[in-house]
Each structure stands twice: as structure tokens, then as C-alpha cells.
Write a protein that binds this ligand. Structure first.
Ligand SMILES: [Zn+2]
Length: 455
């Protein structure tokens, strides 16, 4: 794929182009890497340091149709993970006709790059965080839009006519749709990094929606919701985004008769769906993800783009900072060896797939201020419990740092590499599926008729 195609994927042929040439330039030219000739003016390239950014294409893992899924990484050490620096990501445009998110990410790239070293908050953010930005997960869908429309255009699905936000494995019921290249690429990508926090940018509504999108009675579906053990954190995350967007926080601004108090909702409460990306991130990738619906109109006119940037800029930045909630550290055995793949969980908030340390023995737990007991489980040993108190006023740009030294030696080859409790899909197969039984069928029928699926 050539650079011009990369920039075309970022800008498109259908009316929506990034109004800031520098954003396109940043996306294609700022790195000090061998790059195709930039179509932008190169301004950002000259202003940023050679180590600030690099970009890669997911096609190093998967070939994807005609167009690649591009990810730009912004950070002080963008090429690789550094111990203690959490990984954050934004993914936009998985529905190709929902275009605001992809443009916002281009604006965000330019904002981060041009304010590094000038703005204290942005500089601290880049110093402390590795930020992965994928402006389009569905470039084929975006290019397929013939007639942009606020409510429905073709291009929601990928070129094989699959909805990518119904295409992931589902923890609650069998999802036997054909796995699409874009989905497979993202699933592989999630294995390559220890992502901690993420958001998935959509359009067609105005709300911050948090997991689960699907569920069973054990997660609360009999009460028309489906909540995670980390519901307090997810509500806080959604509220962090919505409360800084002056329109979103008012709720029901799209006149859809949906009441979203404070601009947030549980995904299942809004409407259940199977195979969504946010549930997959939380369950299988140890990454807290929420779904952001950013505009009532899915594909607004380009003149509206500065309006959306102004409404979302503060939210986008504040949300990234939340990757520093809670506690982080490494787990060592008695000899000081870092222990990969051991379970580190907080008591009373066990995950369906237990969260484990990465290859450096690191753990990241997003938690609100309070007192918790961390449980470290190594095969062949009793669980090791340790207290942690997250202070009321969390430090800026770093979670509380707490390394855990276990009082015993561990044979590294005694720790299984895979996660045996997560090998079965769906994980709740022995429990009855509720998404069919409890979904508000009249509502779903109506939205199907009127093509107003959003998330
Ligand atoms: Zn969507």
C-alpha cells in the first residue's frame, strides 16, 4: 500500500477530508522511518522529534482487502513497550459510514504532535503513555459510501457485508459468523500489546456506553442490564468522557426517545448485541473499552468537523489520562525474577478470563480510590494476598506503583503459557443465553426497519 493510499484512507474521496493538512502529514510522514513521499506539507514532520512517533500497518500480521488498517503510535518510546508505561488505544470508523471518529483522531494526532514540548499536559501525557490511534478499522466501508447520509448509508459493513461490531467471539453465546480480516487483525493486534484502556468511536447517537453489550442472568439481564465486576470503574470512565462533552452530558440530544442520564449507558440496557468489540477487549484482552457515540448524524458535512473537534477535544484527552487509574507494578519471585502469566486480580472482582501479568511480569489494574486486596495466584502455590490503598487524590500521569515480591521461588516453566480457563468459547455456554430471550424485540424490529443501528 502506498503512502498516497494511506492518506486517501485517512481523507477519503467522499467529501470528508481532514481540514488540517498537518494531521494528514503527521499520519504519513513523522517518524524518521523510510516512508512514501508525504502528500501533506511536512510541517509536523519538521516540528516533531525523530523519536516521537512511528506508524505501522497491521498487514504485517494480516493482509486486508485492498486497504490496510493503519495504526499510529504516539509516545516517547513509540516503537516498543517500556515497563511502567501503559498502552492506550482509540479505534474509529469500524462502521464505515460513521465518520466523525476518524476525523477526530486525525485532529487528535495533530494536537498531540504539535503541542508536545509546548503544552505541559500533552507533554506529560506523551511522557507517561503509549497511545495507539487507528482512525479507520473499516476503510473499505468508508470508501463504499456513495451518498453520505445522517441515518443510513451503505458502508456500515466491510466489503464482505459483515458488521465488524458483531464479528468478535462472544462470551455469552455462540457467535458463528465468519471471522473477517479486519476483526482477525485487531484480535492479533491485541495479543501483541498489553492494552489497558481503550475506546471505540462510533456515530449515530450521543452517549458513552460501557460493557457488557451482551449478558446472562448472572450479569443482571433479568434487570435489563449486564454489568461487569468493574462497573464502578466503567461508569466513572464513561462519565469522564461524557461530562466534558457539553452536548453529550445532557442525554437524549438526538431525540431518539432514549434516556441517557448524564450521557452514559450500560450497553445491554441500551440494546443487547452479540460479538461486539468492547466486550471482547474486556474479557479476552484485559483491556477496558467503552463505546463512544459521538454525533447524532453518522456522516455530517465536513464543515461540521471543527464543531465536533471542539466538543470532544477535552474529553478525548481526559479519557486517555484515565489509563493511569489504580495500581500497577511487577510481580517477582523470591529470587527477584519477574513472573509472566501469573494471575493478578482484586478480590471480589474476578474476571471471566483471569487477568495475568505480561511477559515482563507487569500488571495494570484500573481501580477507583479505595482499599483493595490483590490476589496473586501462581500454579502450585497458595494464593498470595496483599493490601493496596489507592489514594483519594491519585497521582497525575501514573497509577500507584506497587511491585509484589512473592515469598517463594518459582520455576518459570511451571507456569502455563495459555490461559486454560479461557479456552472455551462461549465462556458461559452452560448458562442460558439471554440476548434472544430478553432483547426488546419491538425496538429491534423498528431499528432494523429504519436502519438506525449505531453501536
Ligand atoms: Zn457504529
Amino acid at each position: 500500500m502506498s503512502g498516497s493510499e494511506c492518506l486517501s484512507a485517512a481523507g477519503g474521496e467522499n467529501g470528508l477530508r481532514p481540514p488540517l493538512a498537518g494531521a494528514a502529514a503527521a499520519f504519513g510522514s513523522c517518524a524518521g522511518f523510510r516512508l512514501p513521499p508525504p502528500e501533506g506539507d511536512g510541517r509536523v514532520f519538521e516540528e516533531c522529534g525523530p523519536k516521537l512517533q512511528f506508524y505501522h500497518s497491521l498487514t504485517q500480521y494480516w493482509e486486508i482487502c485492498e486497504r490496510n488498517l493503519w495504526v499510529l503510535v504516539v509516545g516517547r518510546f513509540p516503537k516498543e513497550h517500556r515497563i511502567g508505561i501503559p498502552e492506550f488505544k482509540y479505534v474509529a470508523n469500524m462502521h464505515g459510514d460513521e465518520t466523525v471518529g476518524r476525523e477526530l483522531l486525525l485532529h487528535l494526532i495533530e494536537h498531540l504532535v504539535t503541542n508536545d514540548g509546548k503544552d505541559v499536559e500533552i507533554t506529560n501525557l506523551i511522557n507517561s503513555t503509549r497511545i495507539h490511534l487507528m482512525p479507520s478499522m473499516n476503510p473499505d466501508g468508508f470508501e463504499a459510501v456513495v451518498k453520505p447520509d445522517c441515518f443510513y448509508s451503505n458502508g456500515r459493513e466491510n466489503s464482505n457485508y459483515y458488521d465488524l461490531n458483531r464479528n468478535f467471539p462472544d462470551a455469552f453465546e455462540l457467535n458463528n459468523v465468519s471471522r473477517q480480516p479486519e476483526t482477525a487483525a485487531v484480535m492479533e493486534w491485541l495479543k501483541t500489546e498489553t492494552f489497558v484502556l481503550s475506546a471505540n468511536l462510533h456515530g449515530g447517537a450521543l452517549v458513552a456506553s460501557y460493557p457488557f453489550d451482551n449478558g446472562v442472568p448472572a450479569t443482571g439481564t433479568l434487570y435489563s442490564r449486564s454489568i461487569t465486576p468493574d462497573d464502578d470503574v466503567f461508569q466513572y470512565l464513561a462519565h469522564t468522557y461524557a461530562s466534558r462533552n457539553p452536548t453529550m452530558k445532557k442525554g437524549d440530544q438526538c431525540k431518539t426517545k432514549m434516556n441517557f442520564p448524564n450521557g452514559i449507558t450500560n450497553g445491554y440496557s441500551w440494546y443487547p448485541l452479540k460479538g461486539g468489540m468492547q466486550d471482547y477487549n474486556y474479557i479476552w484482552a484485559q483491556c477496558f473499552e467503552i463505546t463512544l457515540e459521538l454525533s447524532c448524524c453518522k456522516y455530517p458535512h465536513e464543515e461540521k468537523l471543527p464543531f465536533f473537534w471542539n466538543k470532544n477535544k477535552a474529553s478525548l484527552i481526559e479519557y486517555i489520562k484515565q489509563v493511569h487509574l489504580g495500581v500497577k507494578g511487577q510481580v517477582f519471585d523470591q529470587n527477584g525474577n519477574p513472573l509472566p502469566n501469573v494471575i493478578v486480580e482484586v478480590q471480589n472482582r474476578k474476571h471471566i478470563c483471569p487477568y495475568r501479568t505480561n511477559k515482563f511480569g507487569e500488571y495494570y489494574l484500573l481501580l477507583l480510590p479505595g482499599s483493595y486486596i490483590i490476589n496473586v495466584t501462581v500454579p502450585g502455590h497458595d494464593p498470595y494476598l496483599t493490601n493496596v490503598v489507592i489514594p483519594e487524590k491519585s497521582q497525575n500521569f501514573s497509577a500507584l506503583k506497587k511491585d509484589i515480591l512473592l515469598p517463594f521461588r518459582v520455576q518459570l516453566d511451571s507456569i502455563p503459557v495459555s490461559n486454560p480457563s479461557c479456552s472455551k468459547i462461549p465462556l458461559y455456554s452452560d448458562l442460558p443465553s439471554q440476548s434472544e430471550a430478553t432483547k426488546p424485540s419491538l425496538f429491534l424490529f423498528l431499528v432494523t426497519v429504519f436502519h438506525i443501528f449505531v453501536k
